[in-house]
Design a protein around this ligand. Structure first.
Ligand code: URA
Length: 261
């Protein structure tokens, strides 16, 4: 090894002596080093048949984002009609195990609307949104915002409970979201609060996570949207409550409501 370095040092100093003004000419140095280096195997030509064969057999990758086709409009002139359209819904697999469709509830003329992900165990049994532990926290959030639960409207992206509370899949979201869209059109709230990543992604057509989205005003069909953490997440991550509270205070300010200390 020492012998090898001696050899390199000697070559370098010879090179420097031979080419005084050009110590970093890599071609020259490589030339001097060539007798030390192991022979480099010749690069296979780009179009070598074996490689070409292998590439041909690889599955063709689809582009990452395909523009979603415009959903068919949902023919309902009122929330009651819309709910009627969902009765006995069998548009996706979730119908198999649900006990109740959780349409949503609240003031049909609500100025403020909350949108969650999907019903959980309690909601599935009662047929009402946010009535479990996450619902209790949502109620506290609504009260802290100086609203009552009856004054606002609460809905979910998905109207039937996914088994084991798993995240709804894209097919389920595509089946259900036209109903949420129509719900929003009919209620026409002044502000929407989206709770958690699934609702934010579905409504805002984004791939960004909730930590990135939260606290910044977004827009859905010209309605201001405030994304914030889902109450279920806040139950598990108490330290994020202060961030959520800042988001909610921005919403309150839109309504001329301010937190009194
Ligand atoms: N989580 C939700 O996203 N929605 C509910 O209705 C209940 C829990």
């Amino acid at each position: 090894m020492a012998e090898f370095f001696d050899q390199i040092c000697r070559i370098l100093s010879e090179t420097a002596a031979k080419y005084p003004g050009d110590p970093s000419d890599s071609e020259t140095i490589r030339e001097f080093f060539s007798d030390l280096a192991a022979p480099v195997p010749e690069a296979a030509p780009a179009s070598a048949p074996a490689v070409a064969e292998e590439k041909r057999s690889l599955p063709v990758q689809k582009p990452e984002t395909v523009p979603a086709p415009a959903p068919a409009p949902v023919p309902a002139a009122t929330l009651v009609q819309l709910q009627e359209l969902l009765k006995d819904c069998q548009r996706c697999e979730l119908c198999r195990r649900r006990r109740n469709i959780v349409f949503g509830e609240g003031d049909p003329d609500a100025r403020l609307m909350f949108i969650g992900e999907a019903p959980g165990y309690d909601e599935d049994i009662q047929g009402r949104p946010f009535v479990g532990r996450a619902g209790e926290l949502l109620n506290k959030m609504i009260t802290a915002m100086q609203f009552t639960r009856e004054e606002v409207y609460i809905a979910n992206v998905i109207k039937c409970r996914p088994d084991d509370n798993r995240t709804p899949n894209p097919v389920e979201i595509d089946c259900c979201i036209p109903f949420l869209r129509r719900q929003i059109e009919l209620i026409r709230p002044e502000v929407i609060v989206v709770l958690g990543a699934v609702a934010a992604k579905a409504l805002l057509n984004t791939e960004s996570g909730i930590s990135r989205l939260r606290g910044r005003w977004c827009s859905y069909e010209n309605i201001p949207v405030m994304p914030t953490f889902h109450p279920a997440y806040l139950l598990r991550n108490e330290s994020s409550k202060k961030d959520a509270w800042q988001d909610l205070q921005q919403v309150m300010a839109r309504f001329g409501k301010y937190h009194r200390r």
